[in-house]
Design a protein around this ligand. Structure first.
Ligand SMILES: [Zn+2]
Length: 220
């Protein structure tokens, strides 16, 4: 199952008290760290370039600087050893890697742009080995199903508050890693909520009423 979000974010620099002009590398690291911890996936820096536009991407994102981060489990290309054949080689096989195409793209408007957002984000990642999700009791999974929140982080926060309020009497407070809650958020909330094939439409629906993430009328 591929998890995909695409949305524009406004008010982020203000919320994080980032001085202008904003360092887009620093900002993208904050974003990537947030998604990494929310989904239990590690992303590494890819390329960045002047984006010229693509068929399925809103035209307001053309002329943005596009920064890409790729899932760490992307298969490595085979490279022939440069060592002489008489020399000892590392013969230990690499760990099995899942050839993941998952990536985060972040679009920053260029200096001339009058765009109303700080940046736009395109997250695509398929669940694969390495995303842990075991050990979450059924009552919590059911609670997530009945109390959907707009993101895994909000879901986890709401869950912890509910446990503190005693809404889940059989659950004594204990640590729930974000990655576990994320998995069940995806199963219980995202799969039900992301109804359209067009991810831009879906996220617009989900985040339209979410002032801290989305401002304006949701239009690009
Ligand atoms: Zn991956």
């Amino acid at each position: 199952m591929i998890i995909s979000y695409r949305f524009c974010v406004a008010g982020f620099y203000e919320a994080h008290k980032l001085p202008e002009p904003v360092d887009s590398t620093q900002v993208s690291q904050i974003i990537v760290d947030t998604f990494s911890s929310a989904h239990g996936v590690t992303f590494i820096k890819g390329d960045n370039y002047n984006f010229k536009g693509e068929r399925d991407v809103p035209s307001t994102l053309a002329q943005c600087i596009k920064m890409r981060y790729k899932c760490q489990q992307q298969a490595r290309k085979f490279t022939a050893s440069k060592h002489d054949y008489t020399k000892t080689r590392n013969r230990v096989r690499k760990l099995q890697r899942f050839d993941c195409k998952g990536q985060i793209s972040i679009y920053f408007p260029n200096a001339q742009s009058d765009a109303s957002f700080d940046f736009a984000l395109d997250y695509r990642h398929a669940i694969h080995e390495g995303s842990k999700h075991f050990g979450v009791p059924k009552c919590i999974r059911d609670w997530i199903h009945n109390n959907p929140q707009p993101s895994p982080l909000f879901q986890r926060e709401a869950l912890i508050q509910a446990i503190k309020r005693g809404e889940l009497p059989t659950v004594k407070y204990r640590y729930f890693p974000v990655s576990h809650i994320s998995y069940w958020w995806r199963k219980k909330v995202a799969e039900r909520t992301y109804i359209s094939k067009d991810a831009w439409v879906n996220v617009d629906n989900i985040l339209r009423n979410h002032p801290s993430v989305f401002t304006g009328n949701g239009a690009f």
